[in-house]
Design a protein around this ligand. Structure first.
Ligand code: CA
Length: 231
């Protein structure tokens, strides 16, 4: 995932770049609006983090003139001061995907970037693995056209597994993304959830199966190759 950081404050810029690189993103950073627009002409970015107060032009104009990827404007998160309500509204009206108020915790920004990237990654395209099909809009999974009866949480788990397949979904990631912060979750709860989904997929006739990768997480594979943790 490649990000463009547009921020003229040198300390904040290097803080953002260091943190995001450390978290596995490829990051380019610029300090003016002109450079931001120029960078988008030569590089395809997955998302842009944009400060509104830039020395050469209003960040709002960068937002309006930003590049597009596959007909869709580059997803954009605005960095803005707490009192700038008007410009925040204008930015959202101009198509910003989210905003973060300064001063902010860089971990919150990172979480918002991930959320924007998830939404942008073809969130409405039908997902499938073998004869198992999932319609994100309807939140409905089916096998050979026959609907599966899944709980809300089982559905979220299946969607994560389908989007990641055939790569591994890390257990701690599921813990963070399937449950709210206020809920206390044990890793046993994740294991129980996976076991329920695995059983429903098998009973529904899905050829795809969830493989346990011991100590790491799970992956969805088109042919059933399951190794369940001992109960
Ligand atoms: Ca600024």
């Amino acid at each position: 995932m490649k990000l463009l950081v547009v921020e003229d404050h040198p300390n904040l810029r290097s803080l953002l770049v260091d943190h995001l690189r450390h978290r596995g993103f490829a990051v380019d950073a610029v300090d003016t609006g002109q450079r931001a627009l120029a960078a988008q002409c030569v590089t395809r970015y997955d998302a842009m983090i944009l400060d509104l107060g830039l020395p050469d032009m209003d960040g709002q104009r960068v937002l309006e003139q930003r590049g597009a990827d596959r007909d869709r404007p580059i997803p954009c998160i605005i960095l803005t001061a707490r009192d700038a309500v008007e410009s925040r509204i204008a930015s959202l009206d101009a198509g910003a995907d989210d905003y973060v108020l300064k001063p902010f915790d860089v971990r919150e920004l990172e979480a918002r970037i991930r959320a924007v990237l998830r939404r942008a990654s073809n969130s409405s395209v039908t997902l499938s693995c073998g004869n198992l099909v999932f319609e994100p809009r309807a939140r409905q999974a089916s096998v050979d056209g026959k609907a599966l009866d899944l709980s809300r949480r089982e559905t979220m788990l299946l969607e994560e597994m389908l989007r990641t397949s055939p790569r591994i979904v890390v257990k701690e990631y599921l813990e963070e993304h399937l449950y709210a912060d206020s809920e206390s979750v044990t890793l046993n709860a994740i294991e129980a959830l996976v076991s329920r989904l695995r059983r429903k997929l098998a009973n529904g006739g899905a050829r795809a199966g969830i493989q346990t990768v011991r100590g790491i997480g799970y992956r969805l594979l088109p042919g059933r190759d399951e190794t369940d943790d001992p109960a």
